[in-house]
Design a protein. Sequence first.
Length: 128
Amino acid sequence: MSTTLTGNITWFPACNTYDVPENGGVCVKYKHKQIALFNFTRRGEWYASQNMCPHRMQMALSRGMIGSLEGEPKVACPFHKKNFSLVDGHCMSGDDYKIKTYPVKIEDNLVYIGVSEEDNETYETVCA
């Protein structure tokens, strides 16, 4: 697995596609950040966001339930049920919270997450 730089985005290999359960998520560590990675099989799509729920500052979103609200993919915090868009990170529950989202691509059964230059120094990848 190798890291690729494209424009302002660095694509780092997060894990293999089979490491992430169908319609579920895992936590990937990148540097000192935890990133929630979701395999939204029902939609045939992959998403990534910060793992920390901004409501109570708990690392929990990778264990949240994914679904759709009015056609938009979302994750619900497993503790407080706040819903966040997996497209742009806004809180769909009407609260003034937002999560960071990351682009995802699949190549040769490897899942890559794109991080911006501010996230790009050194990293450690761990699938959990």
